[in-house]
Design a protein around this ligand. Sequence first.
Ligand code: HAM
Length: 456
Amino acid sequence: MAKRSPRRALRVRFKNVSTKNETIRGVKGTRDLLPAEVFLWQQVEQDARRVFGAYNFGEIRTPILEQTALFARTVGTDTDIVAKEMFTFADRDSETLSLRPEATASVVRAYIEHSLYNEGRIDKLYYMGPMFRRERPQKGRYRQFYQIGAEVLGSDSPLVDAELLEMLCEFLGQVGGCGVGEYNLLINSVGCAKCRPEYLKTLKQALEPVRSQMCADCQRRSVTNPLRVFDCKVPADQAIIAKLPTILDSLDVECSQHFNTVTSELNQRGIMFQITPRLVRGLDYYTRTTFEITSSALGAQDAILGGGRYDGLSEMLGGPSTPGIGFAIGQDRLILVVNEKARQAAPLTEWKESPTAYVVWLGENTLGPANALARKLRQGNLKVAIGFEPASMKKSMGMANKIGARFAIIVGDAEIADGKFQVKDMANGQQEAVEPDRIPEYIRAKIAGMANSLTE
Ligand code: HAM
């Protein structure tokens, strides 16, 4: 076969790429998060770092791009995620790569690659960042979405499961300064490599007579991976699925004991939960404990987070036998809930991070001292804005108002001659002449005074 010239190969690669000057929009299912909203995202991330840190977790950052085999082998080729939703492509050197649809497999890969395992040690890792799934976009479901997740590697103790769920409840109670309010913890056990095969046999038998009445995916899965039948969302199949035997009834003694200890520990810690025998979660790597937390404040996509134990995952990736458990919170969904709660508590919530001060300069000669003042305030960690064009007093004060600055600081010829700048409190219109060096301290005292009067 004739070899394609590099130039022609490039033309083929960019065949459908428009070169006309029309507007280019964001990719379907992706979103731009603008500063006013990102403020809340940062707050949620800070809460996660604080709470997870208190439980002795350290942050791990893995790449967004991974070999496709990582997810095919662990999440499973029969799952919706791998079979239908991954963004996968052949790289220029023909390697098959995917944008990560989740991060648990990546964390365990990194754990093995860097030999983090060490006899007797428990590793607690958390991560946050974008994930990619080519799903049908709707409220709470995006093609690029964000997860905040955590994984504990190195122990199969049920106390780890209970502590992880306790940490989640702590986080949900504190997040965004208002907590998420009402939520439901659904919990199940999906058994282990020892008791699962027996259950799968029973499940296959139960599916045999009803298979022909089910959707095409269920027909295939009932043969290749019957547990995945429980992931089916087709309404007509739900009545059949509701009558299938559940794995909770087929657990062996060890798995039963493990599950019982997890649930009694949750009771001990005052954590409410609901045992949900058909909760198998849409990923193949799970063993024993699986869980989800749902919120009634969300619509159809009501799972704020999901997780579970994956005691065989390290071995699937060629690593040593290492039990593990973790969760991933859907940050987009969490923000939807927190936003709703915070809106109800509006007076105490600072929605936009407005600048503390707007520096007004009046005439060319005043620009130098005005810039020096702005820099000094910023060095003192105050949020400051300054105009970039010469403007009248009226226009400048209008701008200070528009951006929501708490103080306007006026630097005019008269103020420079006097050695004091006018500091106007936009909240009550009071104005005072203050020496430039004293302005940071003056502003801080005013803000503290306001906070005190709010709490009195
Ligand atoms: P997952 O249930 O596939 O589990 O995803 C966890 C959470 O991510 C979901 O509960 C949901 O809140 C959010 N999520 C999933 N897909 C989307 C989407 N298209 N748009 C918006 N949010 C979405 C995992 O990913 C596992 N890695 C969790 C885990 C960690 N298990 C053990 N360790």
